[in-house]
Design a protein around this ligand. Structure first.
Ligand code: ATP
Length: 608
């Protein structure tokens, strides 16, 4: 076997720089973030040496258009000549790491040793003047994107710190405009604990506000409600009315979860603003809160998570999992606390986000268990929370569809029967799975047939007395494929109850569609409907209540001449009470019936 020879990889330096500077980051804008991060790290390092040191960053813009330049100056630790050779000249080497460990804990934001290269997105040269706080000469370093650099010792000594100069390259002058720079400095540095000053167009001012104490001590936030809400509006661009302070057990991650003031789609992208060591890392951190916390928008700061090289996300590791869990717990605890001490507040939140909360509860038992008592439902006892409904009765009856609920609610409420409407999206599913999260609870599905069983049959005498009228009534509704059933039931004020078995419902919809559709379509629908027509189950049922005085008079009186019109009117009325859409012929029937009633009331029946 021939001796193998060892070679070294060759690196195309300018190609690497191009990849790192132009393709790692989402936008050229981030060069300002990288500069601000380096300034922040340098100030942190200096404060480590001298805790009384007060950090400051100064940004100056000069020149116009293609001549625009930007200076960023910090009073941080600075670099010695040795540091410059070691850290600036060696890509991928950073002064901020603990040894070689890339993901270890440090008090700095930077760690990869590539951030400065982002400046090549907007400038063809980086000029750095630096003076180390530990003494030595001031150094000038000039780096180019082709991988060459020069170093020069300056004759005069600068004050400790670092100045970075950039001259805009063609077509990047936008990033050097005062407005853009001001916005971006605020965007990235709003929470930094030292002043950032900007000098441009002859004036100088501070960019970032004083950071309120409650940002790092969220327990103080409750005492500054208005200020916290105003701050949220400025930072997140929405007007909030409620918030939950967040803090992990280590105290190294915290923030404010603002309750979204409008309903949101569960699948909408989350956009929390996350700050690492007080610098904005991401506006789209979607993995820092549990999935179920979709109803909040957060300002979060952390100094215990590791950013990826692009800075726009955090590493998905155990630490992130713990932080996510604990932030979720902070929100959950507050919800639970609200449920004990401030139910109005909780109800407001749940009602606002009811649809999404129901959606999530249907998928996530743990969330459902936590929130179930406050989910709102419609019931024969009014609009109530599930908790209130559970407390009302031992058995919770629910209808699986809205149609069923409409049919049942009058009879059920008249009989003081608690029936929950499970007809809206996710509701039947939630009610069905209630036993899973609350073992022992008795939940039953209810169909109109079940309630009609509770109706009382007529006795033999009543049956014979009403026989003739009942036949006439049945005949009157033949053409609507509706049968009548004479019973006694509560409430007495309810004369009739319309119920619609499933097949009859299909047929009704087909008929209504044929009335609306053009001829050809109608005939297709017609033949489809025809196949169902002969079946007894395709008939709807109209229960007539003999306990109702008007119905009683109709069926036990002598005169039957007006009976068919009256039955038709009861039929139309029952349809309306059940919110059934009416066909054209049913509307015509109603119209004709009303006119007859008016006519009769004006001119009494002959012989009466
Ligand atoms: N303003 C500054 N003050 C002092 N040192 C600086 C400054 N800017 C850069 N440096 C030095 O240059 C090195 C390289 O900076 P660069 O931004 O490329 O990488 P980094 O900050 O170490 O890591 P990252 O790629 O994660 O940002 C730093 O490690 C630091 O030693």
């Amino acid at each position: 076997m021939p001796d193998s020879q060892e070679y070294r990889f060759q690196v195309n330096l300018s190609g690497m720089i191009d990849i790192l500077s132009n393709h790692l980051y989402s936008s050229p804008r981030v060069f300002l973030r990288e500069l601000l991060q380096n300034a922040t790290d340098a100030i942190t390092a200096r404060i480590d040496l001298d805790p009384s040191h007060r950090g400051e960053v100064f940004v100056e813009l000069a020149g116009q258009g293609a001549d625009a330049t930007l200076l960023m100056q910090d009073n941080g630790i600075g670099l010695t000549e040795e540091d410059v050779h070691e850290f600036l000249a060696m890509i991928g080497h950073s002064s901020k790491r603990n040894g070689t460990e890339l993901l270890g804990e440090t008090s700095f934001i930077g760690r990869f040793g590539i951030g400065l290269l982002s400046c090549f997105m907007v400038s063809d040269e980086i000029v750095m003047l630096t003076q180390s706080a530990s003494g030595g000469p001031s150094i000038e370093w000039r780096g180019k994107p082709d991988g060459t650099y020069t170093i020069r010792k300056l004759e005069t000594s600068l004050t400790p710190g670092t100045k970075v100069y950039l001259r805009c390259k063609p077509e990047t002058d936008f990033y050097f405009e005062a407005e853009t720079v001001e916005l971006d400095l605020l965007h990235y540095g709003a929470l930094l604990p030292y002043p950032i000053r900007l000098s441009a167009q002859g004036s100088e001012h501070r960019i970032n506000p004083e950071v309120p104490d409650w940002i790092v001590r969220p327990d103080l936030a409750r005492g500054s409600r208005d200020e916290v809400l105003r701050f949220g509006e400025n930072m997140l661009g929405e007007r909030f009315r409620d918030f939950i302070p967040l803090r992990t057990s280590t105290g190294r991650t915290g923030g404010i979860a603002y309750i979204l003031p409008h309903a949101v789609n569960l699948n909408a992208k989350r956009s929390h603003k996350v700050y690492l060591k007080r610098m904005l890392i991401s506006e789209q951190a979607d993995n820092i809160l549990p999935e179920w916390a979709f109803f909040v928008k957060c300002l979060i700061w952390t100094d215990e998570l590791q950013p990826t090289a692009s800075r726009e996300h955090f590493y998905e590791n155990e630490q992130l999992e713990r932080v996510r869990g604990e932030l979720g717990e902070a929100i959950r605890d507050e919800l639970i606390q609200m449920s004990e001490q401030d139910q109005t507040r909780l109800r407001r939140i749940v009602e606002l986000h009811a649809l999404s909360m129901k959606n999530l509860a249907a998928e996530d038992d743990e969330f459902y268990r936590m929130i179930h008592r406050w989910l709102p439902f419609e019931s024969t006892y009014g609009h109530k929370s599930l908790g209130e409904l559970i407390d009302e009765k031992q058995t919770l009856y629910y209808t699986p569809t809205l149609d069923h609920y409409r049919q049942l609610r009058h009879v059920a409420s008249a009989q003081s029967m608690l029936v929950v409407n499970g007809g809206y999206i996710y509701e039947a599913e939630l009610l069905e799975s209630l036993t899973r999260i609350l073992p022992g609870i008795d939940v039953r599905r209810l169909l109109p047939e079940d309630v009609s069983l509770a109706f009382t049959d007529l006795n033999a005498e009543e049956r014979s007395l009403t026989l003739q009228a009942a036949r006439a009534a049945d005949l009157a509704l033949q053409r609507f494929r509706c049968r009548i059933l004479l019973k006694r039931f509560k409430p007495e004020e309810l004369p009739a109850l319309f119920t619609l078995p499933e097949e009859a419902a299909t047929l009704r919809s087909i008929e209504r569609a044929s009335e609306e559709s053009p001829q050809a379509f109608a005939s297709i629908l017609g033949s489809l409907g025809g196949s169902l027509q002969g079946d007894a189950s395709s008939y709807s049922l109209l229960y007539l209540n003999l306990s109702n005085p008007v119905v009683e008079r109709m069926f036990t009186g002598q005169s039957t001449s007006r009976l068919s019109t009256l039955i038709e009117m009861l039929y139309a009325n029952a349809l309306m009470m059940g919110h059934y859409p009416m066909s054209r012929s049913e509307l015509a029937l109603l119209n004709k019936g009303i006119l007859s009633l008016i006519d009769w009331s004006i001119e009494p029946e002959k012989g009466e």
